[in-house]
Design a protein around this ligand. Structure first.
Ligand SMILES: C[S@@+](CC[C@H](N)C(=O)[O-])C[C@H]1O[C@@H](n2cnc3c(N)ncnc32)[C@H](O)[C@@H]1O
Length: 231
């Protein structure tokens, strides 16, 4: 029987089972100190640190699929304001910046220094002023950010913690206007993930725009429903 990384590392299971992740084939890549990618005509070397920071310090397949989707150019990024939620290593935000966007990558406080170091190492000096890392804990102190002011909101593999779904939804609503494009990439692992998409659909028009069969990762586009649709 095969288990996906998340099934092995399912947050509940992880707390219970002693394991050496480096010995499990699907997990070996998480134990590499770095991972190299090529997007926007550049090599991007992302540092990883699973042992210290866990899920926030490794590159998930959903990030790779979202970067590939961004590179297709379906969503205009040049000179657009972009915010990434749960950015982890920052790969997606880095690619968005290399594609011309003004990018704010966000995560929990504990992940920020690591995120910032990946930005420093991969964003060339001429683009440096257009990329920054900031703390954003979903649903917390949202007034530190301008409401509805982003053109694009990105999230790779952020749909996995059921208890965080209401706060994640609140954050998406706060940051976006009716003109904002939200792109979320995720693997649908459990029924609860599907439930989140339904919650999202109650506030946003949601459309699946991409599916990577090899990685089993979907990309969903969401756009705030027009106020009159609520009537
Ligand atoms: C599975 S990782 C995905 C990381 C990265 N986006 C990627 O795909 O490689 C989930 C990310 O969400 C972040 N996260 C989890 N709960 C959060 C919360 N309540 N507020 C902000 N970020 C959160 C974690 O710190 C982590 O970086």
């Amino acid at each position: 029987m095969f288990y996906s990384v998340h099934e092995i590392l399912g947050w509940n299971i992880m707390a219970l089972l002693p394991y050496d992740g480096a010995m499990i084939p699907g997990l070996r890549k998480f134990h590499e100190p770095s991972a190299t990618f090529h997007y926007a005509k550049r090599d991007i070397v992302i540092r990883q640190n699973w042992n210290q920071l866990g899920v926030a310090a490794v590159v998930w397949d959903a990030a790779i699929v979202l970067c590939t989707y961004l590179e297709l150019g379906t969503i205009q990024l040049q000179d657009r304001t972009v915010i990434e939620l749960g950015a982890g290593t920052g790969l997606v935000g880095i690619v968005a910046a290399l594609l011309g966007a003004d990018v704010t990558v966000t995560d929990r406080e504990v992940a920020l220094q690591f995120l910032e170091s990946n930005l420093q190492e991969n964003i060339p000096p001429d683009l440096r002023a257009k990329a920054r890392a900031r703390e954003l804990n979903w649903g917390v102190n949202l007034d530190q950010f301008d409401p509805g002011s982003y053109d694009v909101v990105l999230g790779a593999d952020v749909v996995y913690l059921e208890e965080a779904f209401p706060a994640l939804l609140e954050t998406l609503e706060y940051l976006s206007s009716e003109q904002t494009t939200i792109l979320l990439s995720c693997r649908i692992r459990y029924e609860r993930d599907q439930n989140f998409l339904q919650m999202l659909g109650s506030r946003f028009v949601v459309e699946k725009v991409h599916y990577d069969t090899e990685k089993d990762v979907h990309v969903y586009k969401a756009q705030k429903r027009l106020a009159k649709e609520d009537l």
